[in-house]
Ligand binder design. Structure first.
Ligand SMILES: C[S@@+](CC[C@H](N)C(=O)[O-])C[C@H]1O[C@@H](n2cnc3c(N)ncnc32)[C@H](O)[C@@H]1O
Length: 401
């Protein structure tokens, strides 16, 4: 590998400080190069003295690389339908699995071998058969409704935007939603697991009496509704109530409209709307229920949206917000089982999409403490925080005027 000026970096990382030594490359049949040595000085990095700590950290990094490899293969296996084709199936050859999944055998075999190395798939070298143990199928397919291969998609999806993020580190600018291919698709898959199965039985009952009011007929708004799955589920379950979903994304709203139409739901509407000025434009007292699912922290103006929600609530209305659980303090988030992952999502997505709207870039990990301060600032006098056993990633706030 050479630089554009024909200089090959040599000894790029030395043990004590990064000294980048450049040696001229001599192309075939050319004169001796005139440039023989150039050194770019950078501040020396002091060598670590605690070698045991270095080795322990190195082992962690090697393990992380390996586990990241497993996640990228699981993402492929999920998107291509390979994992689904292996659930509850007898041990088979890669040819038989590829045929059943409608995929190319060579790719299937490479992916299967990687998943064997990762300890996800089993193989019998004597027969060349592969199988997915049922205990693993339970968490990487839809067999039990907790398919963690869905979340594995976030890393490759966000990795695809890395060049934009690297550039943004220098300019400080944001990266708009439209740059993220597949975001709304993956987000809807995520919500289909964290919100939908718990919505009717566990989330709505957090506000006592709400289910009965929904049955009798009330007006409901979901702000930042994305593809609108939660709202559609409620519209189906509570035909006497009226449901409205707002989102900035025309693509997500079009998807929501089409799927509601395909289901023949007549008590639901979706509109493209930028909620950055909702504090001024919300119709006062209109809704008995407002919901947001994972939709406050990446807004341009989260405080304005919350103030608008407060303004739009009827005096006896309730606002239910699901948002990412964290402590609002990075050093305490070491105990969060998904802390580093969620900060990575924030750095690659939630913060830049807000900055791209000229917003405050609150970030995914704004946390419970800051959320409570924002909710109080928006004028809610009664805020209860709940944790639900099915969801280790989110807090649920039940707020009243
Ligand atoms: C993390 S997604 C959650 C989507 C959906 N509630 C779900 O759970 O699947 C956040 C949503 O907020 C929307 N959003 C971001 N900024 C917005 C704005 N200024 N006005 C309205 N919606 C916005 C995004 O388009 C996105 O659909």
């Amino acid at each position: 590998m050479t630089d554009s000026d024909g200089l090959r970096p040599e000894g790029v990382y030395s043990a004590c400080g990064r000294r980048r030594k450049l040696t001229a490359v001599q192309p075939d049949n050319r004169e001796e190069p005139t440039v023989t040595d150039t050194t770019v000085s950078e501040p020396a990095i002091a060598p670590a003295t605690n070698r045991a700590a270095v080795e322990a950290f190195e082992a962690r990094l090697v393990n992380a690389l390996n586990e990241a490899g497993m996640l990228s293969l699981l993402s492929l296996g999920h998107r291509t339908g390979l994992l689904r084709a292996m659930a509850n199936a007898e041990p088979r050859t890669s040819e038989a699995i590829a045929e059943a999944a409608g995929l190319a055998e060579r790719y299937v075999r490479e992916c299967l071998n990687g998943l064997v190395a990762a300890g996800v798939v089993e193989t019998d070298p004597a027969t060349g058969h592969y199988w997915l143990p049922t205990a693993h199928a339970a968490r990487v397919t839809d067999a039990e409704g907790a398919n963690l291969a869905v979340y594995a998609q976030f890393l490759p999806m966000l990795g695809a935007i890395e060049d934009d993020i690297v550039a943004a580190f220098r300019t400080g600018e944001g990266v708009p939603y439209e740059r993220y291919a597949r975001f709304h698709e993956v987000m809807a898959e995520d919500s289909a697991q964290t919100v939908l199965p718990a919505l009717i039985e566990h989330i709505l009952p957090l506000a006592p009496g709400l289910t009965e009011r929904l049955e009798a007929g009330i007006r409901v708004l979901d702000a930042g509704c994305g593809r609108g799955l939660a709202l559609q589920l409620m519209a189906r379950r509570f035909p006497r109530s009226e449901f409205l979903g707002y989102d900035l994304s025309a693509e997500a709203i079009e998807y929501a409209r089409k799927s509601a139409q395909a289901e023949g739901l007549t008590n639901i509407r979706f509109e493209v709307r930028d909620l950055s000025d909702f504090d001024r434009t919300a119709e006062p007292g209109r809704y008995e229920l407002v919901t947001t699912f994972d939709a406050i922290h990446d807004q341009a103006r989260p405080a304005a949206l919350l103030a608008g929600i407060r303004r739009s609530l009827a005096p006896d209305g309730v606002y239910i917000a699901q948002d990412i659980r964290s402590t609002s303090h990075a050093h305490r988030d070491r105990d969060n089982p998904m802390g580093a992952f969620l900060y990575a999502v924030s750095c690659h997505h939630c913060m830049p999409v807000s900055l791209a709207q000229g917003g405050e870039g609150l970030g995914t990990m704004w946390g419970r403490e800051r959320a409570l301060a924002y909710l109080r600032g928006a004028g809610f006098s009664d805020v209860q925080v709940h944790e639900l056993p099915h969801d280790i990633q989110n807090d649920y706030f039940v707020c009243r005027p």
